[in-house]
Design a protein around this ligand. Sequence first.
Ligand SMILES: CCCCCCCCCCC/C=C/C(=O)SCCNC(=O)CCNC(=O)[C@H](O)C(C)(C)COP(=O)(O)OP(=O)(O)OC[C@H]1O[C@@H](n2cnc3c(N)ncnc32)[C@H](O)[C@@H]1OP(=O)(O)O
Length: 389
Amino acid sequence: MAHTKRTLCVRNQKRRSLQVPALQLHVSKTAMRASQKDFESALSQVKLLKDPGNEVKLKLYALYKQATEGPCNTPKPGVFDLINKAKWDAWNALGSLPKETARQNYVDLVSGLSSSSDSSSQVKPEADRKQPGYETLVVTYEDSITKIMMNRPAKKNAVTTQMYNEIMLALKAASKDDSAITVLTGNGDYYSSGNDLTNFTDIPPEGIEEKAKSGAILLRDFVDCFIDFPKPLIAAVNGPAVGISVTILGLFDTVYASSRATFHTPFSHLGQSPEGCSSYTFPKIMGPAKAAEMLIFGKKITAAEACAQGLVTEVFPDSTFQKEVWTRLKAYSKLPPNAMRISKQVIRNREKEKLHAINAEEIRVLQERWLSDECTNAVMNFLTRKAKL
Ligand SMILES: CCCCCCCCCCC/C=C/C(=O)SCCNC(=O)CCNC(=O)[C@H](O)C(C)(C)COP(=O)(O)OP(=O)(O)OC[C@H]1O[C@@H](n2cnc3c(N)ncnc32)[C@H](O)[C@@H]1OP(=O)(O)O
């Protein structure tokens, strides 16, 4: 099997003490904030705004439908019905986002639009372009770079259902905005601790099989977004990474890591199996033997090891990680954007169909694993704090 190694350049490894993460408001608390009255007032307010552009209008439409009708429940329009298909896609991308959260996101989005149109006579500096409407992410646009930062530092940026949906929305928006490159990173001391294990707890009345089915659709759509992302996609791995946040790195174009980062895919420990196309990308990137140690035996590797094995492009000392990575990315973002996009597509298109098939197959297997005693026991152990990785 051929190894496709990324550039190797391991820097000085220097450990630093972890910073105390800022406290994060609990999602359900914020979701409770928007009352029906707030929602209705946002609906009136939106009519007074100047045209916010198609992308925002689609976001508003999707959140409105989700808030009033729940998850998308209509048949997908035909390919030639462009407008209705775009609306359907935007609504469908919200997956099982709860109605209350959609209502809150709608209110936040309108309030962000109102305040930006209040000050529309002033030209805002690029650094201020924080995009409204996200609760689990901070999405900014600066220097032709869209930065998507996972923002649940107190929970080590564990990925909730809402965060999966918001990352998909942010990627879809980034694919259409005028940024040249897109970066995914984490806030706080972790890059991400992977799937939020409480995702296994809100079982609907229809039973765990239904939950597994909706989880499978969510995960398939999530990974598909990374397979299809049309512009250069960079991960700035600021700290330890676990599970799904590691596996999808094989779908990024470049992975920069802090010397403090570690990479851990404890699927067997959790009674689960590999996802994110890692059953294909990892053996291809690092060779089957190293991939098996990670994916079957859950071996945690350091940033330096991940770089030597080709999963990471370059490791930077933690003390200068942010400065060095952003300096590098700002320089890359000035390259001709069309050329970068086309080069990425030439590289990716050859494998796209295969990657989608692998994604579907991994999820078919995983869906069965979620119903196994091994998985249930492992998740219960974590949630009742009998076990930590
Ligand atoms: C029925 C089917 C449903 C399907 C729905 C699923 C949809 C898609 C699934 C995709 C498949 C993905 C797979 C994976 O990603 S597998 C990896 C999962 N991650 C883990 O197992 C990590 C678990 N966390 C830990 O082991 C430790 O927290 C960690 C080593 C990361 C950090 O330890 P540390 O001691 O430094 O910090 P704490 O444990 O005190 O963590 C601080 C708080 O954060 C909470 N936390 C952290 N990680 C998670 C997590 N992954 N899920 C939920 N909560 C997490 C932790 O509980 C602490 O919270 P409290 O302060 O409230 O106690």
